[in-house]
Ligand binder design. Structure first.
Ligand SMILES: [Ca+2]
Ligand SMILES: [Ca+2]
Length: 172
């Protein structure tokens, strides 16, 4: 790719066009980026080899307090809130890294000396696909009384992002 103009000046930046006689690039320009610092060859190469489009976040179905409704969250309780992340034909919830799970900011409770996340695979909704059951710490939940939606975000072990939400009834 030709960088033009090569020197610092007050000329407008041209992209896909020559500064002289009107001459336009015959082609397509994609993933254009402008930096306010000079970049090294290595940095440019690293970017070229990396996925630059924003990562697609996969929407998944979650069930806070499986088998129960409304999904009451009592903020001052010291316990945990169980949440199931459901698998589908498109998505295997057991590929989620439990350490990355955040339900309204709250992480999965850790147990044991090695700090293992309190999560396990279980077919919560009886569709034959194993889902991921997690117990998140109530004290970490960033919701207020009256809030009606809780969002869960997590990543799979291969780095894909997922997001799901469920209704909640938040009380003091
Ligand atoms: Ca529920
Ligand atoms: Ca299931």
């Amino acid at each position: 790719m030709t960088v033009f103009p090569p020197n610092k000046n007050t000329q407008p930046i041209l992209i896909g066009r020559n500064p002289g006689p009107f001459q336009f690039l015959k082609g397509v320009i994609d993933e254009l980026r402008v930096w306010n610092v000079a970049r090294t060859q290595a940095e440019i190469e690293a970017d070229m080899n990396r996925e630059l489009i924003p990562q697609v976040v996969l929407s998944v179905v979650i069930d806070i307090k499986p088998g129960s409704f409304p999904n009451t969250i009592q903020l001052k309780s010291a316990g945990v809130v169980p949440v199931a992340i459901l698998s589908s034909g498109m998505f295997d919830a057991t590929t989620i890294n439990p350490d990355t799970v955040r339900l309204a900011g709250a992480s999965v409770k850790m147990v044991g000396k090695s700090g293992k996340s309190l999560a396990h695979a279980e077919d919560v909704n009886g569709d034959g696909l194993l889902d991921l059951m997690c117990d998140v710490l109530t004290e970490e939940i960033l919701l207020e009384p009256g809030d009606s939606i809780a969002v869960l975000e997590a990543s799979t072990s291969d780095g894909r992002k997922i997001r799901g939400e469920d209704s909640v009834k938040v009380i003091e």
